[in-house]
Design a protein around this ligand. Structure first.
Ligand SMILES: O=C(O)CCC(=O)C(=O)O
Ligand SMILES: [Fe+2]
Length: 336
């Protein structure tokens, strides 16, 4: 029999067969890996992480100055510490109202939330702008607009309105960079007082010594009806801390408490399995997401306005989904 001279190339056929086999086996391998990682993580979660009573890692704020070793001990053990009465309740509430008033007056809020939905429901505003005293953008594409680092490097306050579309991650959240300058420039005196508390030398020095990272800036979060927050995640593996100061009462699930998994900062084994799940997922998933972590294992940080929370961001955390009418305002101190 005569071989077809041109189209038949035994080496090509061989290659194609091998390629199919290789592809198959890598698909099989990835399914097997996923199952293995899922099973491992589930048993780890079952054995390791139970929701706690936050009272177990709460202390009066004064202890930060008088008994810093107690605060350090809690942070080492649980990755989180609640400081009660960090700022007077009424002052914190007034600061929260100032933030809501400012965002309403500047035309970012309607009835306390960013209008979500169709393009036609949007406020009469272009996608971004530069005002006297601050810049802003509707960041509904989140990663397509002015990038996080660029925004972080600006001098001006900057208002980043997270996605306006229903169902998109963090839709309804407003992230304000350099809110302290807004407080000064727009005469929001209670907000200034709260910023001074978060950025006072003793607090900054305490956290800097703990982590070795420098205080960079403090943002403001305004959450109005964030029903689809980002899920459980870690910020990174760097043992960095953040400090959160509530400016509204967060006493029920409707208002979307900050959530944490105490002790998860010490357990790196679950994260390697989770990274495997993320990297073999069909859609792109950030390597820092902990999507397989069940919500019901979160410990919810219910606390009145004026409470501060210090947490290590390599532990599993996230926000609880708010109700449509849920509200939460907080100051967020960053160290990196
Ligand atoms: O909004 C929240 O409660 C979570 C915030 C968060 O994940 C963070 O600031 O790293
Ligand atoms: Fe985070």
């Amino acid at each position: 029999m005569k071989l077809k001279a041109v189209s038949f190339r035994p080496d090509n056929v061989m290659y194609d067969c091998l390629a199919v086999a290789a592809q198959k086996s890598s698909a099989v391998r990835s399914v097997v890996k996923r199952h293995w990682a899922q099973a491992k993580n589930q048993s780890l979660i079952d054995r390791t992480f139970e929701p706690m009573d936050p009272a177990e890692f709460a202390l009066p704020s004064g202890n930060l100055a008088t008994q810093p070793q107690q605060v350090r001990k809690l942070l080492k053990e649980y990755g989180i510490c609640i400081l009660t009465d960090f700022v007077d309740h009424q002052v914190a509430l007034a600061a929260g109202s100032e933030v809501t008033g400012f965002l309403t007056n500047q035309g970012f809020l309607k009835e306390g939330k960013v209008p979500l939905g169709k393009e036609s429901d949007r406020l009469e505003k272009p996608d971004s702008g530069d005002e006297d005293g601050y810049g802003w953008q509707y960041d509904y594409a989140r990663y397509d607009n002015t990038g996080y680092r660029e925004v972080q490097a600006m001098d001006k306050p900057f208002i980043n309105i997270r996605s306006q579309k229903v169902g998109i991650e963090d839709a309804g959240k407003i992230d304000i960079f350099r809110g302290q300058k807004i407080a000064t420039d727009f005469g929001l005196d209670n907000l200034s007082t709260c910023y001074e508390a978060v950025r006072q030398k003793s607090v900054v020095t305490f956290i800097e010594k703990l982590s070795g990272y420098r205080e960079v800036q403090a943002n403001l979060y305004y959450d109005g009806g964030v029903t689809t927050p980002r899920g459980p995640h870690i910020d990174n593996n760097l043992e960095q801390y953040k400090i959160f100061l509530y400016l509204t009462d967060v006493l029920d699930v409707e208002n979307g408490p900050y959530c944490y998994v105490p002790g998860s900062h010490k357990r790196r084994d679950w994260m390697s399995k989770e990274r495997l799940l993320n990297s073999t997922s069909d859609d792109y998933v950030l390597p820092t997401e902990v999507s397989s972590f069940p919500f019901d294992r979160y410990t919810k940080m219910f606390a009145p306005a004026g409470t501060a929370i210090i947490s290590q961001q390599s532990g599993i955390h996230g926000a609880w989904p708010q109700a449509e009418n849920g509200r939460r305002v907080l100051i967020l101190g960053n160290y990196n």
